[in-house]
Every structure is written in structure tokens, then in C-alpha cells.
Design a protein around this ligand. Structure first.
Ligand code: GLY
Ligand code: MN
Length: 417
């Protein structure tokens, strides 16, 4: 599977750059960060299947690929997941190489020395000397692929003019990663299933005088107990915090009369779920809360009905076919658009906010969130409802359809817990 993905990337590059006859693709694994659980860089994982930090995949235009690893004799004393030739071959690599001379400890750091990278540097130099190009993740925006770009800059310190030979392939990779295979959909279903279990745990813990962090603890226990990780900081925002979009200090004591927004995601085998529900702490919505809740739900159902290949997630030049603009229009017609404070949704996959070009219409195989919300700060009233959808030929499949969201059902669930 990983080898096929690398071949698909090679094919895409050859069709996009037919004039380039000589070149290599370089994709870098992420670095470990002290005090944090390691999470592999998603594009590197997509093409390598490898969860080891600071490794590098080098793919040639004939489809052959080499895996480079830091040269450490002590790594196996520290971590369980070291790489050997056997593992690399299972993932379709042809060779396993050391990046350079021995590193000082068991982990390679971003400010690695030229010596520690010398074997790869020598291969890159040979490629450039023979007129070859380097295909790598080097987009020109402010936020994407920080580590990939840092390493490219680091190599540029050692090979003068290196960056002049680099061609950015972030858009091509986004195009490939965006279309999910059956295997990926299965993993997403699993991540969504565990996220639903997390919502069930939240329901059982919400109540008067409970602290938001107690609800968070139950959710995250459920994730870990299901062999899953936490895809992003869990949001449990009650009362005034329900109107803070990415609230996550989760420190307030809940009161009857509050709404509580629970926006959470489990990560299963690198794939992320992202589901939001809004609950009344007492088990009963007030009339006003229910009015807003029903409006948000109606908006989600309206958009869900329209979502299909050919529509856009967000395209300001085609507002009548753009789900984001249609949702905003829906709220505007009802006098509430000033309270819809974020976009309607995003791609979902190896990253919670997954790669994918918003200026391309939706296609079969995309997975997106649809998450309208209204946030009325002066009333301490925030509602968000978010589900995860797989785009198919004639519309969408809701991966999280088993999790109730009708206001009566939500009340029943909170009351009977
Ligand atoms: N679940 C958080 C977000 O989509 O931004
Ligand atoms: Mn989301």
C-alpha cells in the first residue's frame, strides 16, 4: 500500500513535470519533542508507513525508494520502535541507509550537523550536479509543513543554492491524500466510533456542579482504553465557554441552565475523528436554547442534503455551490449570520484539519466535517453540531450517523444517564 502510494506520487510528478528527467523526492519524518508523545508527520506516514522520528524517504523517479535513518547505536535501549532492513522491505523500500555519521545520543535534533546527514547530503549533491531536481514539501504559505521546510533550510546551509533545485509538491500530495481509499475509510470509521464512545462518556459525566475537566477525563479515558490517541485538545466548554470556539482549559464548574459544547476527536492508527455535540447540563434546553439548537441542526441537515461531488466546501466565487456560503446564507435569512463565527467544515484524515485544496470542488473519496455553529456571547449561549462525512457518487455517507442529535433525544440521553 505504501509503495503504491509512492508510485502514485511518482506518476503524478512525471505527468506534471514531463520535462524533468532526473530528480528525487525527499519526504522527512518529524522530530521528537521533549515531553510530548511523538506523532509522525502525516505526509511522511502516508508514503512510508513508518512511525520513527527523523527518518527520511527518498523516492527515485523510477519508483525505487530508500529509507534513511539516523545513525545511533543506542536507540534500541530507549524506544521500542526501531527500524531494520526487514521492516523497511515490508513497507516496500529497496534499501535502508544511515543518514550520516553517528549521532551523539539516541535522537536526531532539528539542528543536526552536516556530518550527521552526510550520506544523504552526498546523494543530494550528486543529483544536483547531474542537473536533477529535488521534489519536496516546500509550500509558500505561513503555516504548512514547518518541519519539512526547516530541514530543507538546514540542508541549504550545507549545500549552497540547494533551494534553487527544490520543486514544491505539497499540492500534488494534498491531491493524493485527499481521496481516501477503502482502508482509510475503515480507519476513519474506527476513529469516529471511538469518538462516539467519548461522547457517550461525556453524556454520563455532564451534570450540575461537575467540572469540565471531569468530563474531559472520562472522554480521554475512553479513547485510551480503546487503543486510540487524542486527535486534538478536547473542548468541553460550558456556559460562557460554550461561545469560545477553541476553549480548552476545561476548568469551570457546570451549572444547571448551561449549555456545554463537547468537541472531541479520537485518533485511531493515525486517522482522526472530530465530532461536536452540545448538551444542556440540566437535561432540559430552555426555550431560547432549543430555538438556537434547532436552527443549527436544521442548517447542518440542509447542508448535508446539498453536499455531493461538484459542490465546494468553500468558494467565494461560486457562493451558490459553496457549502460554507450556503450555510452562512441560511443563517442570514434567519437573522443570525453574525453569530456564525467560523467556516462550515474542513477535510478530515491523517490530520484533523486535513490537507486538500478548497478551490477544487468536492470529489468522491473526500472526507469532510459539516459543523455549523452559533455563538451568542451576550447570552452565554453557544451551539455547535459537527459530524464527519464521506463524499460518495450521489451525496454523502455520515460516518457518525449513530450518534443522536435531535434535541429531544439529546435531552433524553442526558436525563436518563
Ligand atoms: N474540532 C476542532 C476544529 O475543527 O477546529
Ligand atoms: Mn472540526
Amino acid at each position: 500500500m505504501f509503495k503504491n502510494r509512492r508510485q502514485n506520487l511518482v506518476n503524478l510528478i512525471i505527468s506534471k513535470y514531463p520535462e524533468v528527467k532526473n530528480g528525487i523526492i525527499l519526504i522527512f519524518g518529524g522530530f521528537e519533542k521533549s515531553g510530548q508523545r511523538f506523532r509522525q508527520e502525516s505526509s511522511f506516514f502516508y508514503f512510508s508507513g513508518i512511525n520513527e522520528p527523523a527518518t527520511v524517504a527518498l523516492v527515485k523517479l523510477d519508483g525505487q525508494s530508500d529509507l534513511y535513518i539516523p545513525n545511533s547505536s543506542t536507540r534500541a535501549n530507549w524506544v521500542e520502535s526501531t527500524i531494520d532492513l526487514d521492516k523497511a522491505k515490508k513497507l516496500g523500500f529497496d534499501n535502508l541507509q544511515e543518514l550520516g555519521s553517528p549521532i551523539r545520543g539516541y535522537e536526531l535534533h532539528p539542528f543536526f550537523t552536516e556530518q550527521e546527514y552526510k550520506n544523504l547530503i552526498s546523494t543530494i549533491e550528486q543529483t544536483i550536479k547531474s542537473g536533477g531536481k529535488i521534489f519536496a514539501l516546500n509550500p509558500k504559505n505561513q503555516h504548512e509543513y514547518f518541519e519539512q521546510r526547516f530541514i530543507l533550510d538546514r540542508i541549504n546551509h550545507f549545500i549552497s543554492g540547494f533551494l534553487n533545485s527544490v520543486i514544491d509538491i505539497s499540492q500534488l500530495i494534498a491531491q493524493l491524500r485527499r481521496k481516501k481509499s477503502k482502508e482509510e475509510i475503515e480507519k476513519l470509521y474506527k476513529a469516529v466510533g471511538v469518538t462516539i464512545d467519548g461522547q457517550d462518556a461525556a453524556i454520563s459525566l455532564i451534570g450540575k456542579d461537575k467540572f469540565e475537566y471531569e468530563v474531559q477525563a472520562g472522554i480521554e479515558y475512553t479513547f485510551i482504553a480503546s487503543n486510540s490517541g487524542i486527535a486534538f485538545p478536547s473542548i468541553v466548554g460550558s456556559g460562557p465557554n460554550s461561545t469560545v470556539l477553541h476553549y480548552n482549559s476545561n476548568s469551570r464548574q457546570m451549572k444547571n441552565g448551561d449549555l456545554v459544547v463537547v468537541d472531541i476527536g479520537a485518533e485511531f492508527e493515525h486517522y482522526c475523528g472530530d465530532i461536536t455535540r452540545t448538551y444542556p447540563v440540566s437535561g432540559r434546553f430552555t426555550k431560547r436554547q432549543r430555538e438556537i439548537y434547532d436552527l443549527v441542526l436544521e442548517c447542518q441537515q440542509y447542508i448535508e442534503m446539498l453536499a455531493k461531488p461538484g459542490m465546494w466546501l468553500s468558494n467565494k466565487d461560486r457562493p451558490e455551490e459553496s457549502l460554507n456560503h450556503l450555510a452562512r446564507e441560511f443563517f442570514k435569512e434567519r437573522g443570525y449570520d453574525q453569530y456564525f463565527l467560523h467556516g462550515l467544515g474542513h477535510f478530515l484524515g491523517l490530520d484533523v484539519h486535513d490537507v486538500g485544496d478548497y478551490s477544487e470542488p468536492l470529489q468522491v473519496g473526500d472526507v469532510i466535517t459539516i459543523e455549523p455553529g452559533l455563538y451568542i456571547a451576550q447570552e452565554q449561549l453557544g451551539v455547535r453540531i459537527e459530524d464527519n462525512y464521506w463524499i460518495v457518487e450521489d451525496g454523502v455517507v455520515c460516518l457518525s450517523e449513530h450518534l443522536p442529535k435531535d434535541a429531544d433525544e439529546i435531552e433524553k440521553l442526558v436525563l436518563q444517564k
